[in-house]
Design a protein around this ligand. Structure first.
Ligand code: CTP
Length: 398
């Protein structure tokens, strides 16, 4: 995303917006206008976005790396926040007298503006006329809101809250995609069930399959919450990731993520936890036998989510990691847990599937079993999400 920050006291809120966008792993390139730089520094924008800030139209170093035309075309969306009365006027007039206006004139990308100005400037016929011109050109707008202003006046002109701007951005990024407006919950990775202060029970799940599914769901426009056990993977772009350790924490995070249209539970949840967790480290006692661990059952998140009720997602998909009789066991597991589809796969040591980059799955639903050939986990995710999109409405983009 390209974020243009123009001049105005509300410019400081663009910093919070960048933070929210980065939390969704949305890449943000910033352009700071000369008057914007009176209110926030390039250093603040750069520290939060993690990329150098563009300021000058004719910068030799910038032009040698990425020219302003390329910059205007490289983003999926251009957001102007805050958009001052002056910048809106220059946009409406088609001026190109600095980097921001040149980019806005050179782009064929969707543009969202978040105006912020004094109430009298907002109500001035010149601003009204400029806004009408911009709206007619298909420019999207969020806010402004009514409220107390920095200049001690009250009225409309206050920048929309960063959370509302984020929502507008997410819905624009998702628009036209088949899962736009759908909420998805994905679990991935192992759980760690502590024994004492330093030890835990775990399994070999890498989280790769669940992360690939979360990523493909987001690409198709879904609003995705990924509840992840401890893994060494980066959060996929555009996905809200919640890191957890134990099965109990995973269950709580899943419940908090509801309602959802679809839930894909790919996590390898530990079936048991220790009855008690020692606060210190369990010590060896010379001459004593090794300690015995007393275990209790963990909650079954998949069975809980699949149970009928108002909060049940419309489509619940479970995974069945098996080592023998895969299809028969997975079929029985689907019925036992009450989910709609189950993805059965062979995780025997020789297959290299658990922790590897490939998977060979059997997709089982009420109608029967489909055997998919061995393919990458990303390809499995892409095809599975294609199926989900077909069921929840619309076709996936090629
Ligand atoms: N699952 C879950 N919560 C648990 C255990 C499993 O949500 N406490 C989910 C997994 O995410 C997966 C499915 O249930 O989608 C299959 O889990 P699995 O552990 O393979 O099934 P079990 O019922 O534990 O059967 P078994 O261990 O006997 O194979």
């Amino acid at each position: 995303m390209l974020l243009i920050v123009s001049g105005g006291i509300a410019a400081y809120k663009s910093l919070e917006l960048i933070r929210l966008l980065r939390a969704r792993d949305i890449a943000v390139d910033c352009v700071l206008t000369r008057s914007g730089a009176q209110f926030v520094t390039p250093l603040s924008l750069q520290a939060l976005s993690g990329t150098p800030v563009h300021g000058e139209l004719f910068s030799l170093t910038e032009e040698s790396e990425m020219g302003h035309i390329a910059l205007s075309r490289s983003a999926d969306l251009i957001v102007v926040c805050p958009a001052s009365a002056d910048l809106l006027a220059r946009m409406a007039a088609g001026l190109a007298d600095d980097l921001a206006t040149t980019l806005l004139l050179a782009t064929d990308t969707a543009v969202l503006v978040a105006p912020a100005m004094n109430v009298r400037m907002w109500e001035h016929p010149a601003t009204r006329a400029n806004l009408a011109v911009l709206r007619a050109r298909g420019i999207h707008m969020v806010g402004p809101e009514e409220g107390a202003m920095a200049c001690n006046e009250f009225g409309r002109g206050r920048l929309a809250e960063p959370a509302a701007i984020l929502e507008a951005i997410l819905s624009m990024l998702a628009s036209g995609r088949p899962l736009a407006g759908r909420r998805a919950l994905v679990t991935a990775g192992p759980t760690h069930e502590p024994i004492d202060a330093v030890r835990y029970l775990a399994n070999r799940s890498s989280g790769k399959q669940g992360y690939a599914i979360a990523s493909c769901l987001a690409e198709q426009g879904a609003d995705v919450t990924l509840v992840s056990g401890p893994v060494a993977l980066d959060a996929p772009a555009g996905v809200r990731r919640i890191m957890v350790e134990t099965a109990v924490d995973m269950q709580l995070a899943c419940e908090a993520a509801l309602p959802a249209d679809v839930a894909v539970l790919a996590a390898a949840v530990g079936d048991w936890r220790t009855r008690e967790v020692l606060s210190g480290k369990l010590k060896k006692q010379a001459g004593s036998p090794p300690p015995e661990l007393a275990l209790v059952a963990n909650p079954d998140i998949l069975a809980g989510l699949s149970a009928p009720g108002p909060r049940r997602p419309r489509l619940v998909i479970g995974f069945a990691a098996e080592t023998d009789d895969i299809v028969a066991r997975a079929t029985a597991k689907r019925l036992r847990k009450g989910c709609d589809w189950i993805v059965g796969n062979d995780v025997s040591a020789g297959t290299g599937i658990m922790g590897g980059d490939e998977n060979r799955i059997h997709l089982i639903d009420e109608a029967g079993v489909e055997d998919w050939p061995r393919m990458t986990k990303h390809e499995v995710a892409r095809r599975l999400v294609e199926r989900i999109a077909r069921l929840l409405g619309g076709e996936t983009r090629p």
